[in-house]
Structure formats: C-alpha cells, structure tokens
Design a protein around this ligand. Structure first.
Ligand SMILES: [Ca+2]
Length: 171
C-alpha cells in the first residue's frame, strides 16, 4: 500500500513538472499565446490601445503588452496612427487575438501599401497575424526615405482584439 501511495505521489510530481514545462514553452521561452516579439533595438512598437480609435474600444486583455488591446466590434471601426520610420526594410508584425474562425480577421494598411486582410492562426490566444494567402507571420515593408508613415487597421470581423504592431528594421 505504501509503495502504491509513493508511486502516486511521484506520478503527480512528474505531472506537475510536465505542466510547468508546457506553461513556460520550449527552452523556457514565453508560454504559448504570450507575446512573441519583445521590443528591442531597431524595433518600433505601436500599442494599439494608444492610437487614434474610431468606433472600437480599449479592453483589458491578459498577456497583451500594456495589459490592453483594441476590441474591433462593428463595420467602420478603425485604428489609425502615424509612425516615424527610418529608411530601410521592415518586417511588420501584427499581434492580435481572435476567438473563432468567424472572429479572427482585420484589415491592415501601411503607407502606400495595399489594404491587406490579416488573420490570426491562434484561437483564444495572442498570435502574430498572417496575411491572407500567405504563410508568413509578418508583412514586408520598404521605406525609401525617413519620415512619417500612415498606419490603418479596419474592421473585418467582430470580436478581434489587436494588441500591438511591431516594425522591425532588418539588417
Ligand atoms: Ca497592447
């Protein structure tokens, strides 16, 4: 009987260790769904909740940077900003959260670029958005000269939460 109890205790301990590892993610990195991109040199981060909002509202979101995101709910909702970027090639990462297949898309327009339908592969967790028809979790942006760049997010589907947009300057 004692052996059995010891075995159960050991099994529980192993179970706890395994779940801890899962919570921390591979190699002690962020948990799945946690923000993937951390601000570092060469990166410009726009927190969606600090930008100019029309229609949509700021909502608390666990795991989001700043603890907040913008909740897109209806046709016409939009978020706009002007960001000062230096000349160069960028990867633009849109970090957002969608709750279902019908609640996972938003339109993103950067500078003179096309209006892109972006959707998140994650469900119920923060994830980097992917452009429709593309597998890359970012879009490529080329800036020809230093200066202001217009950024616009527009409603595509309801119940989408946008955490932030990261412009990462490439070498
Ligand atoms: Ca945020």
């Amino acid at each position: 009987m004692r052996t059995m109890i010891l075995f159960l205790v050991a099994a529980c301990a192993v179970g706890l260790l395994v779940s801890c590892e899962k919570a921390e993610g591979p190699e002690g990195g962020p948990a799945k769904g946690a923000p993937v991109v951390a601000a570092k040199p060469g990166e410009t981060v726009l927190e969606a909740e600090t930008l100019t909002l029309s229609g949509c509202k700021v909502a608390a979101l666990k795991g989001a940077s700043g603890g907040k995101a913008v909740l897109m709910m209806a046709e016409g909702d939009q978020v706009t900003a002007t960001v000062a970027l230096k000349k160069g090639a960028y990867k633009v990462v849109l970090v957002m959260q969608g709750e279902s297949d019908e609640e996972d898309a938003v339109y993103l327009t950067v500078g003179a670029g096309e209006k892109r339908r972006m959707w998140t592969s994650g469900r119920g967790a923060l994830a980097d958005a992917v452009q429709m028809g593309d597998e890359q979790p970012f879009i490529e942006l080329k800036i020809d000269k230093d200066g202001p760049v217009e950024v616009k997010l527009e409603f595509a589907e309801k119940n989408v939460q946008v955490d932030r947009i990261v412009f990462a300057l490439q070498d």
